[in-house]
Write a protein that binds this ligand. Structure first.
Ligand code: FAD
Ligand code: SF4
Length: 282
């Protein structure tokens, strides 16, 4: 089974701007790409997952570096970023849109580019597709149960969430740090994630995640010509610091292990649902 999909190059990288690193989840690749795009004119607007009261994720079209930074960081819940793509073009009149999404959202973007039913005049305005690795996601009520019942932190007090080292981490605005064992979070996962066969956003221009690289750094797959040209410009402009992926630990081996674990587990579930005559997405 192919773990990663097609890519030209894999690297480990992080933003050079300390303000980005302070707010971002990992190496700040998404925020740095967005901010570089807006400042250089390669992008004129980008779609982020913002947070509303109670750490609810809401897609938002933004046009300034400040707004990008404000929306940095992972929300372990659904943010339907593709749903505002048409508004970005029709209402905001954007010509060069950047969009970030989980692997399933990146699939939706590629699909609407190939078959633009209901998306006429939108597909050609997508200038950059950024993907984030994703093992699973949670409906809002699921994330709330984990954070409030297991970690004992109120949703209104959440500053940051993270999954790593076998735990779900919750950081509160007042400085508390609580963890929940991942075995306790499984029952809250979104059910459709159990038939998902993509861990590393295989159809993005550039995809990134924390796994494989040291803390504060990101693993980055550069997949398309567009993605390669974009990263090269960022490196030339000095907004990214990069290392060969072979130089860092644990490296691609761990990414491969987790990707195959996800695909093999979910392939079984796909088979099971087929046997029951239930609809599957492939
Ligand atoms: C549900 C989920 C599961 C993940 N699982 C893994 C994993 O198993 N392994 C791994 O290595 N990485 C995983 N990630 C990715 C990781 O947590 C970081 O998002 C990624 O490394 C980017 O970090 P960054 O510092 O480059 O991004 P930042 O600069 O912090 O920017 C992150 C960007 O992603 C957007 N965003 C945040 N949450 C969502 C969301 N729910 N949907 C869409 N966009 C969002 C933000 O608005 C922001 O623009 C997961 C992310 C999500 C959302
Ligand atoms: S596991 Fe798959 S379906 Fe679920 S949010 Fe992640 S990419 Fe989407």
């Amino acid at each position: 089974m192919d773990p990663f999909g097609t890519y030209n190059k894999a690297i480990s990288a992080r933003a050079t701007d300390k303000a980005i690193l302070k707010k971002s989840q990992d190496g700040g690749i998404i925020s740095a790409s967005y901010i570089y795009g807006l400042e250089s004119g390669l992008l004129d607007g980008v779609i982020v997952a913002n947070t509303e009261k109670g750490f609810k994720a809401v897609p938002k079209i933004v046009t300034t570096p400040e707004e990008v930074l404000n929306a940095a960081g992972t929300k372990y819940t659904i943010s339907p970023n593709v749903s505002v793509l048409k508004d970005a073009v029709r209402e905001y009149a954007l010509e060069k849109v950047g969009i970030v999404g989980t692997p399933c959202q990146v699939q939706a973007i590629r699909k609407l580019i190939k078959y633009p039913m209901g998306f006429r005049h939108t597909d050609s305005k997508i200038a950059l597709i950024l993907g984030i690795f994703c093992m699973e996601n949670f409906p809002y009520e699921g994330m709330k149960a984990i954070v409030e019942q297991y970690a004992g932190i109120r949703m209104n007090d959440v500053l940051k969430t993270d999954i790593g080292k076998g735990k779900f981490w919750v950081y509160s605005k007042s400085g508390e740090v609580k963890t929940v064992a991942l075995k306790d979070t499984h029952m809250y996962e979104q059910k459709s994630c159990h038939v998902c066969m993509d861990y590393t956003a295989e159809l993005a221009d550039i995809s990134t995640g924390s796994v494989g690289s040291p803390d504060g750094w990101s693993t980055v797959f550069i997949r398309t010509k567009n993605g390669e040209e974009y990263i090269n410009k960022m490196v030339e402009a000095g907004v990214l610091e990069t290392k060969q992926i072979e130089e860092v630990k644990p490296g691609l081996e761990l990414v491969q292990k987790l990707s195959l674990q996800k695909k093999e587990k979910n392939e079984k579930e796909l088979g099971h649902r087929k046997e029951l005559g239930l609809p599957i997405p492939y």
